[in-house]
Design a protein around this ligand. Structure first.
Ligand code: SAM
Length: 277
């Protein structure tokens, strides 16, 4: 007989479901499932999810976080790539979540979220965490907030500011669309199986308007070129893209390096190179 729908998954109930469906976690899909109820409730609380909120969960796995979101009264759409998990997930969530079997790197976000503002809450697979976050910021303006659990180093890069070692291309990309901050860390012991790394919780809140309206394609091309040679001065790293006169117009000293420029300065440089109008 199938057990009644659990409130939240525990290690015992997760192992029971895995055994019943003959499932082994796929390491290549980053399948480390959360089995600690306090961690789940903390993530849901930090996400600020309230009853009736529309939430997208990426990689629901066997429903650890999905159940926490449902407990808070969210309307959950969950996007899971591993088709083996769809049936157990549907059983565990009692059909209360909308479950889509799709790749978060390829799915058309506008059809997933429609016109309604959504919060993304996810324990992201390590190998696609950064591109998934950047893709959502780029392509899904309906996603206004995110609370994501990622590998700590990835979280530090997403939330870093200029001058820090972690500051790089993802930091500027996130900073263009949103503000990001680390709001917690999570130890390996809350997962099954346990990963070798510590995880971080990152809150990302989309800006109402970008720092400066510039052409993001030009901006991100400059950022890639600048950080591609991060030890060089901007004058040298961007020599084939930016003239001295453009650096001067942007009031940026060409002897500085990519890692020293904040998002507003990157935007000024973009505007000098390729004015919008
Ligand atoms: N949310 C569950 C939890 O917290 O226990 C599982 C999290 S587990 C770290 C990552 C999940 O993302 C797995 O279920 C994996 O199959 C799924 N996944 C991996 N790559 C994906 C992709 N490209 N699109 C959608 N889901 C993906």
């Amino acid at each position: 007989m199938v057990d009644p729908i659990p409130a939240l998954l525990t290690r015992t109930s997760l192992l029971e479901v895995m055994a019943r469906y003959g499932l082994e976690p796929h390491r290549t899909l980053g399948q480390n499932f959360v089995v600690d109820q306090n961690t789940i409730r903390k993530i849901v609380r930090l996400a600020g999810v309230e009853s009736g909120d529309a939430v997208v969960e990426i990689g629901p796995g066997l429903g650890s976080l999905t159940l926490g979101l449902l407990e808070a009264g969210a309307e959950v759409t969950a996007v899971e790539i591993d088709r083996r998990l769809i049936e157990p997930l549907t059983e565990i969530t009692g059909g209360r979540a909308r479950i889509l079997a799709a790749d978060a790197m390829e799915v058309d976000w506008s059809t997933v979220v429609g016109d309604r503002p959504h919060t993304v809450v996810a324990n992201l697979p390590y190998n696609v965490a950064t591109p998934v976050v950047l893709r959502l910021l780029d392509e899904a303006p309906q996603v206004t907030r995110m609370l994501v659990m990622v590998q700590r180093e990835v979280g530090e890069r997403l939330a870093a500011g200029p001058g820090s070692k972690a500051y790089g291309i993802p930091s500027v990309k996130v900073g263009y669309w949103a503000t990001a901050r680390l709001v917690g860390t999570v130890g390996a012991e809350v997962f099954h199986p346990q990963p070798r790394v510590t995880s971080a919780l990152v809150e990302i809140v989309r800006r109402e308007h970008p720092v400066h309206a510039v052409d993001p394609v030009v901006l991100f091309d400059l950022v890639r070129a600048g950080f591609g040679q991060r030890r060089k001065t901007l004058r040298r790293a961007l020599g084939d893209r930016v003239t001295d006169a453009q650096l001067e117009a942007a009031e940026i000293d060409g002897r500085r390096r990519a890692e020293e420029l904040d998002v507003a300065e990157w935007c000024r440089l973009t505007e000098a190179v390729s004015p919008l109008r």
